[in-house]
Design a protein around this ligand. Structure first.
Ligand SMILES: [Zn+2]
Length: 303
């Protein structure tokens, strides 16, 4: 079975995308269709996280300027997932998007609830609450708590700068989210070392890690992840285009899988990295990283 066969089979199969930043989750084509006048050149790769952030702030954010634009960006993300036969989408709605809605967190919650409702016959959209580590901690506890108490969100997810950040201020927020029955995800170990992964697990005991790929550098960290049954939601193309991994053949996901760690394959930011969930499976097959059966196990892990 070659990569083309894999693409055709996996395209038709129900898939999940559980590491997706919703307002960056639309395909480039759908973006162009929605904003034909935008005249945006998408980079083929990024100079690390800084290069990606420069592109977002210097280019995308000149187009996403109103609350209506935010809704447009989110809709094209959900529609892109539907088009790829993604049946379960766990995607994060950034807490700081309130700035596009007159700083009203209630509007963000309402918009998220409406999107779930609008697309419910086509996809199970489970929004995660995305929290940037650089957000003022007061906002996490005022606006964030409103979100997790709203019943609209499926999980909390923490992201942003991976190195040199004190994560203790977020622990109580994570405990509150758990008490309210939400799942917990943490971005760590994409660029940061395995010790940062150990530290995050100790602090949060999360259900899932977003990336977590540097666990590969420590047997003990991999053991800890496997023992605690923490799922790694990995985005291979994102890792390559941001330079965290040199190419797919060198990607740690094979070793993590062989260590008995449960992993999933996801898009991260489709508008930036231009690879759907189906494309990710196809690329891993083309690089001979996994067999068909192994890829199918990974597909099912996400449900
Ligand atoms: Zn991410």
């Amino acid at each position: 079975m070659d990569a083309n066969d894999i693409r055709e089979i996996f395209f038709k199969l129900p898939k999940a995308d559980v590491h997706n930043h919703l307002h960056l989750g639309g395909s480039q084509q759908k973006f162009i269709d929605r904003y034909p006048e935008a005249n945006l050149n998408f980079p083929k790769s990024y100079n690390g996280l800084t290069g990606m952030i420069d592109f977002i702030y210097g280019h995308l954010n000149t187009i996403m300027v109103t609350g209506k634009d935010v809704v447009n960006f989110m809709e094209i993300a959900i529609e892109s997932a539907i088009e790829d036969n993604v049946t379960l989408l766990e995607a994060s709605v950034d807490l700081n998007l309130a700035r596009f809605f007159n700083n009203s967190i209630d509007q963000v919650i309402d918009v998220t609830r409406s999107l779930k409702e609008k697309y419910k016959s086509q996809i199970e959209f489970k929004p995660d609450l995305g929290v940037n580590k650089d957000l003022e901690i007061e906002k996490v506890y005022s606006n964030g708590v409103k979100c997790i108490e709203s019943g609209v969100f499926n999980a909390v997810d923490l992201y942003g700068q991976e190195v040199g950040k004190d994560l203790n201020p977020f622990v109580r927020f994570y405990d509150m989210a758990k008490d309210l029955g939400l799942k917990t995800k943490v971005h760590i170990g994409e660029f940061s070392n395995y010790e940062s992964i150990d530290y995050s697990i100790k602090l949060f005991n999360p259900d899932e890690l977003q990336h977590g790929i540097r666990a590969v550098d420590s047997e003990a960290t991999m053991d800890l992840i496997a023992k605690n049954n923490i799922r790694l939601n990995i985005c291979p193309t994102s890792n390559v285009l941001l330079g965290a991994v040199s190419d797919l053949k060198e990607h740690p996901l094979r070793q993590l899988f062989d260590h008995g760690i449960k992993l999933t394959i996801n898009t991260d930011d489709l508008i930036l990295f231009d690879a759907t969930v189906t494309n990710e499976f196809e690329k891993l097959a083309a690089a001979n990283v996994f067999s068909f059966e192994e890829l199918d196990t990974i597909r099912k892990n996400a449900f």
